[in-house]
Design a protein around this ligand. Sequence first.
Ligand code: KIV
Ligand code: ZN
Length: 537
Amino acid sequence: MGKNEKIHVSEMMEKLKEILLLPERAFFFDTTLRDGEQTPGISFTQEEKLSIARSLDDLGIDTIEAGFPVISDGDFAACKEIANLGLNSEVMGLARMKKFDIDKVIEAEMDSIHVFIATSQLHMEKKLKMTSIEVLENIAKFVSYANDHYDKILFSAEDATRSNIEFLIKANQVAIENGATRINIPDTVGTISPKAFGHIIKMNYNALPKDIRIAVHCHNDFGLAVANSIAGFENGASEAQTTIMGLGERAGNASFEETAMSLYALYQIPMNITTELIFPTAKLVESYCGGKIKIGRLQPLIGQNAFAHESGIHAHAMIQSARAYEPITPELIGIKRSDSVEQIVKNSIRLGKHTGGHALKAKLDDLGIDTSEDQFKQIFDHIKRFGDKGHEVEEADFLAIVKDVMGDLPKEEQYVILDELTVLTGSITPTSTVRLKIRNNGDFKLRTASSIGVGPVDASVKAIVKCFERMNKIQLLNYNIDAVTGGTEALGHVSIELIDLESNDIIKSNATHEDIVMSSVLALIKGLNQLVKLKNR
Ligand code: KIV
Ligand code: ZN
């Protein structure tokens, strides 16, 4: 799907658009290098900051908040270098309402300035130790000082959502009267709901001049940052302050990926973003987080599961129309998959307990594996059994299961079949009881035997020897066990070599099972069947 493919949204969304105060264009202000770098544990090197800034520019970000130049020499140097990269994005620097801070932004040669001061009673009283009148005086004084040097000034009333609404509007008006050209309304500690935030934005939108762009800056303390940002856009905001991957103080800021794609997909608001660079940019930033912050598996849009399907019903429907269970194509945000829908489905199908026949068939077809009905059923049952035990069937597990089933002789050619295996192990002497079905003139006869051994595998092999007299002539040459994937839940893959001492035939056999005793017994039984087949040829 390209940018032109229709995104299917609900009828209600279409109707809603008519009554909302959606902007004609969405602006993006990225603060990955400032608020994002305030993520506990995250610190980017100078080189990484430059590389992130270039990527944000390629992505089409309107404004890059490159840093807070007063906080360190390193931040100052990075701000200055980014400001001099010649990017298309506007490069902005943050400053408190202090001459020294503002001078640092000027010195760093930044394109524009972002000045802030808190307006909530809590912050004014406890942090700033200022009265509300003093806060207004500071806004007037320092916005006007910034205005001597800059014609683009963004003003933020920190902790806006916990401020008295009339006072917040007043603070914004004073900032505008003294030269602020843009207003940002931060939900500094993430303590607002979408409805209430929408209300605050609408009240500001109605009270402020219409040529003043209103930005939203939402923190994710209650997981509402993106929802609150969208509510802001529904009520008059036109700029989203976001970070890549949602990095930021505490639980982070609104994620750029989710905010931008919600505005794009749900409301089709025009923007300057090259959506295909969204995923590559997130991966780049993730790589600079040194493993401390990772894209979550369930993370919307960019997480490993975002375009993966396990359910048989979903996979089947997706073969008919990929849009049935995916709101957008992964390509739209730069996740590469093959062009054909069927390929997309095959590549995105995860196997597990929800896997349906269609999904498995698609996966096997993709690998060019032709199975008999019985083999298909065996593969299907094994995947379900493995999945039911809470395991995800990884690609390597899947291939091991297929190899295992495909390497087996067809039922009609099998001489011995495992009917039951019971193993007792622990702090007692390992004991195994096996019940085998052994072919005898076309019929199967049941044979049961028990044995002790040094371990459960040894006890089981000895029990099989007891009920299968030909075993006296057969010797185990080699026994090998490997975990197919990592972890204690992995499938155990056993490969063995057997020799028939009468005919000198040597065969190799293997089996895969989540229980290593079972894989050992199954490998042995498969090997026996092959030797009997050779003998009878
Ligand atoms: O969260 C916040 O209030 C901020 C301001 C500096 C805009 O980051
Ligand atoms: Zn913030």
